[in-house]
Ligand binder design. Structure first.
Ligand code: ADP
Ligand code: MG
Length: 252
């Protein structure tokens, strides 16, 4: 969409260099480097408190890094002069909690930001919303209210809402952690098909089978650093570090 600010054919969608983040005396990220190519799916795994959410939040500047740089599609988001709203518009984010507006229908949840932020007309926003509801298998729920849906359906609505903004990349922060086990599969299936369509995705998850099957690369974080990273088969299937082994033994 914003041809002037996209990368110059390098194929790099997210570039994180020397990222540090402290909250007061607490150093949460202690020098993170990650490159995500266009169309790549990278899963971030690691124990609670290791800095995974903070890392994702630094990508769209929901948290301001203490030092280091983050670039998204060739735009350095950590540049003080950047128009951060414009950058954020290109990044879809899905959280553990679905954050739908309870007083709005599913369709209204999907059209609100399209109309306010992208200035789309009612008909166009509705068309995009319905297409994305179809994509997540919820075409018949357009007039439902969030409370009438299961957690898994609400999360799929949240994904459809993010997709309705035509993001260039998607950030997922433990999107299935709040769901009853029987509802996890449908959400992962939607994410899997998104990956197959070529969406660039940075996904924090404890779903090791998803990481193994869908991720191009897995990053294991502990204590604010990357302990190891590589193809899922290697990091999850044959971890080299004791800390990774200990973590995997607990979640697998
Ligand atoms: P993870 O997602 O891996 O569980 P987080 O990024 O949420 O880890 O948190 C890493 C550490 O940073 C934790 O110790 C957490 O308490 C702390 N933290 C996160 N956000 C804040 C904040 N806004 N203020 C102070 N401490 C925070
Ligand atoms: Mg977290």
């Amino acid at each position: 969409m914003n041809a002037t600010t996209t990368g110059t054919g390098t194929g790099t969608q997210i570039e994180i260099r020397g990222l540090h983040k402290a909250f007061g005396d607490l150093e949460v990220l202690r020098g993170i480097d990650i490159t995500v190519a266009r169309g790549e799916v990278v899963c971030v795994i690691g124990p609670s408190g290791s800095g995974k959410s903070t890392l994702l939040r630094c990508v769209n500047l929901l948290e301001e890094p203490t030092s280091g740089t983050v670039s998204v599609a060739g735009t350095e988001v950590t540049d003080p002069d950047v128009d951060i709203d414009r950058v954020r518009r290109r990044i879809g984010m899905v959280f553990q909690s679905f954050n739908l507006f309870p007083h709005l229908t599913v369709l209204e949840n999907l059209t609100l930001a399209q109309r306010r932020v992208l200035r789309r007309g009612k008909a166009e926003a509705g068309r995009v919303a319905r297409a994305n509801l179809e994509r997540v298998g919820l075409a018949d729920k357009a007039s439902a209210y969030p409370a009438q849906l299961s957690g898994g359906q609400q999360q799929r609505v949240a994904i459809a809402r993010a997709l309705s903004m035509d993001p260039e990349l998607m950030l997922f922060d433990e999107p299935t952690s709040a769901l009853d086990p029987e509802l996890v599969g449908d959400v992962l299936a939607v994410m899997r098909s998104l990956a197959q369509e070529g969406m660039t995705m940075l996904v924090v998850t404890h779903e090791m089978s998803f990481a193994r099957e869908v991720a191009d690369r897995v990053v294991f974080m502990d204590g604010g650093v990357i302990v190891e990273e590589g193809p899922a088969a290697r990091v999850v299937g044959d971890p080299q570090h004791e800390r990774t082994r200990t973590f995997l033994a607990r979640v697998l």
